[in-house]
Design a protein around this ligand. Structure first.
Ligand code: GTP
Ligand code: MG
Length: 378
């Protein structure tokens, strides 16, 4: 085994390239993201993220539990309350992810919200009603184009359930497999939506066969993967899909502690010319409030405003909520985790520390030095 590239490893672990660079740098190994890592280095990284290396080339993240539980501390255990599932829609380009989410939103978004959906924030709260019972869910849309692999990896990493959309007239394609690989790497349960069943030439059986040949056995055939035939265009099967999502979510008994300060992940970030850096944060534990001092990677600031998925200002965001915030000093890196600090000075110095580590690691890697020591930036 000749090892693997930093980028492939990042994808397999559903991490950012920069997180791998950083972890290795902290161990005194300077690399660039384009570099191939030998087997020992791969193992070192995997150990650091508590991932079991099964065999060369195959990596299994034993614990999404671990990953998402990094957001839950022992002190939270007494205050846990159930939280909505975060559901990421994934799949190959043009297989109908956004159409499916559009249909779900149009028919399921609470009355009064439908008109005001903000574009650009790919996160939506939807109340799903199953047998008269209301189940709040948070849906994340992801792009299917091959260029957006990192965004899909990020989606898989923050999600509780992956809905993988496969067009029944096109079948299993490269980004279908990639989405499945990301979901498996993060140990996230998969629900398959076999879409476009209204089209001539749609063949759901072929899709199911292809998926089973890749290790996903449909429930219908005695396996454990729910596969629901849908048409995002006509709405056929969407209720059944949502029922399956709610069922899978209930088995997970998702919970968080809304009483603590917020922790979570940056899922999108951009620069708004008028308003400054904008970041969409997924709150994975605690409650985020206006006025909180946030640190995300190399950026920090006091939350000036929170906007929900309709663009409406809100005062707080509870566990599983995705909100856009204003108030950061710079645009953060999507995929970075965020946390709250009491003092702006502490947040600033942590941000600077992080920036310095990243800068030194880039410099050291550029200089072609095999190793650097922690002294070099002390
Ligand atoms: P990317 O975000 O670019 O990866 O695409 P996507 O997966 O979000 O696909 P999108 O929802 O944009 O749909 C792609 C095309 O397929 C559009 O022209 C849709 O109208 C069409 N489409 C989506 N779902 C259905 C369906 O159920 N039936 C039919 N006939 N067309 C559909
Ligand atoms: Mg789309």
């Amino acid at each position: 085994p000749e090892g693997m590239s930093c980028q492939d490893l990042a994808a397999a672990l559903a991490l950012n390239d920069s997180e791998i660079v950083k972890v290795l740098f902290m161990k005194g190994i300077a690399i660039t993201v384009n570099q191939t890592l030998d087997e020992d280095t791969v193992k070192l990284v995997c150990k650091e993220f508590e991932v079991e290396v099964v065999e060369a080339g195959t990596i299994r993240v034993e614990d999404l539990a671990k990953k998402s539980n990094t957001f839950i501390d022992d002190e939270d255990l007494e205050h846990l309350e159930s939280r909505p599932p975060v559901v990421t829609i994934m799949g190959h380009v043009d297989h109908g992810k956004t159409s499916l989410l559009d249909f779900i939103r149009k028919t399921k978004v609470a009355a009064g919200e439908a008109g005001g959906i903000t574009q650009g924030i790919g996160a939506y709260s939807v109340d799903v009603t199953v047998e008269g019972e209301v189940h709040p869910c948070v849906f994340l849309d992801t792009p299917g184009h091959e260029a957006f692999s990192a965004m899909r990896a990020r989606g898989a990493r923050v999600t509780d359930i992956a809905v993988v959309v496969v067009a029944a007239d096109d079948g299993v394609r490269p980004q279908t497999l990639e989405a499945i690989a990301h979901a498996k790497a993060a140990d996230v349960p998969i629900v398959i939506a076999i879409n476009k069943i209204d089209k001539d030439g749609a063949n759901a059986d072929v899709v199911m066969q292809e998926l089973s040949s890749h290790g996903l056995m449909p429930e219908e055939w005695g396996g454990d993967i729910p596969m629901v035939k849908v048409s995002a265009k006509k709405g056929t099967g969407v209720d059944s899909l949502l029922e399956n999502v709610v069922l899978v979510a209930e088995l997970q008994e998702l919970s968080a502690n809304p009483e603590r300060t917020a922790k979570g992940t940056v899922i999108e970030a951009s620069l708004d010319k008028a308003r400054g850096p904008l970041a969409t944060l997924l709150v994975q534990n605690g409650t985020l409030r206006k006025g909180d001092i946030v640190l995300c990677g190399e950026t920090y600031g006091k939350v000036r405003a929170l906007m929900d998925h309709t663009g409406a200002r809100v005062d707080e965001a509870r566990p599983s909520a995705a909100v856009q915030i204003l108030g950061l000093n710079e645009v953060p890196v999507a995929g970075d985790e965020f946390e709250i600090f009491d003092s702006l000075d502490v947040a600033r110095s942590k941000a600077q520390e992080h920036a310095e580590v990243m800068r030194q690691s880039r410099l050291a890697a550029q200089a072609g030095e095999g190793k650097v020591t922690l002294h070099s930036f002390a």
